[in-house]
Design a protein around this ligand. Structure first.
Ligand code: A3P
Length: 314
């Protein structure tokens, strides 16, 4: 990171704001609480992303355009995939954008950085839904929520964060599973998902749900229904082409050949490793039976009142 200039003024963190969490090996993780999220101190101090303490306030008061779209998902749930699909629907062009998803990611930029993005903008975020701009409700802006089964999310996140400079995780999978089930990454998956479910029931938010597994198994109807929600009015032939271009293979290749990571070079390995396997049920290659059962226990307790349907295998 030393060879790459920070994009923003690095945030100052007072000693009393830091919470130190030791792991089983005696390593200590420094985090701090921001609006109920657990944010690594390094992310604030690095200057590579905006100071989250200031940015959550700016995001809340952000002036939105009437046709803005907000794409929300817990990390590693298929955000890049749906972002590219949405852009092809809104631009009406069968082209991958050269700029990466991170240029439209709310926690990686200040709202004013999005001024240069032409309409119709699809902004994306892993922030809890309560932190979306106030205008999302006021103007009834379109919100897409992507859901993926949490066992695949935890495995995908584990591999992904090993490559991260800003939020590295260097422990074992067993340790990560424990972190994921309790603190989570910035926010616990269960809290995030239940909050999103409430928002989905709340008719004040115009929200469309996409299941990763359904999109994978049957992309054309899932994309068609997204197109109808957005009012993009694309015909079946166009939608079939979008599905093909945004297949795992297509997107992995586009990530190598088309995307210009520009300002996000500080996470080069991360940006290059977005497309790992793109499968349903890969957790079975990673979790032991005991780990899976432990997770099931937490899952059935936390999600007992949820009406979300999760597909854990193909
Ligand atoms: P895996 O690590 O299981 O492969 P996000 O974009 O939210 O960070 O999610 C990343 C996950 O979505 C990764 O999962 C990635 O491979 C998968 N993914 C990305 N594009 C995909 C596509 N076109 N089809 C299926 N999965 C895709």
């Amino acid at each position: 990171m030393a060879d790459f200039k920070p994009r923003y003024t690095p945030g100052e963190v007072k000693e009393e704001e830091i919470v130190r969490i030791p792991d089983m090996k005696g390593n200590v993780k420094e985090v701090m609480e921001v609006e109920g999220m657990i944010v690594p101190v390094q992310a604030i101090k690095s200057g590579h992303i905006p100071d989250m303490r200031e940015n959550v306030k700016k995001i809340r008061d952000m002036k939105c355009r009437d046709d803005d779209i907000f794409l929300c998902a817990y990390m590693r749930s298929g955000t890049h995939w749906v972002w590219e699909i949405t852009n092809m629907l809104t631009t009406g062009k069968l082209e991958y954008l050269t700029r990466p998803k991170e240029t439209a990611m709310m926690e990686f930029n200040y709202p004013e950085d999005f001024d240069k993005i032409p309409s119709r903008r699809t902004l994306n975020t892993h922030l809890p839904l309560r932190l979306l701009p106030k205008e999302v409700k006021e103007k009834k802006l379109k919100v897409i929520f992507v859901q993926r089964n949490p066992k695949d999310v935890v495995v995908s996140s584990y591999y992904f964060l090993q490559k991260s400079k800003m939020m590295p995780f260097q422990g074992t999978f067993e340790e990560f599973l424990m972190v994921f089930s309790t603190l989570g990454v910035m926010v616990n998956w269960f809290d995030y998902t239940l909050e999103a479910e409430e928002a989905l029931k709340d008719k004040e938010i115009d929200m469309h749900l996409i299941y990763y597994e359904e999109l994978k198994k049957n992309p054309v109807p899932a994309i068609k229904s997204l197109s109808e929600f957005l009012g993009t009015d694309c015909d079946d032939e166009y939608i079939a082409k979008v599905a093909e271009m945004c297949s795992f293979k297509g997107m992995k290749k586009a990530n190598e050949d088309v995307k210009d990571i520009g300002d996000f070079k500080f996470e080069k390995a991360l940006m290059q490793g977005h497309y790992r396997k793109g499968e349903i049920g890969d957790w079975k290659n990673m979790m032991t039976v005991a780990q899976s059962e432990q997770f099931d226990e937490v899952f059935s307790d936390r999600m007992k009142n949820s009406s979300f349907k999760f597909a854990f295998s193909k």
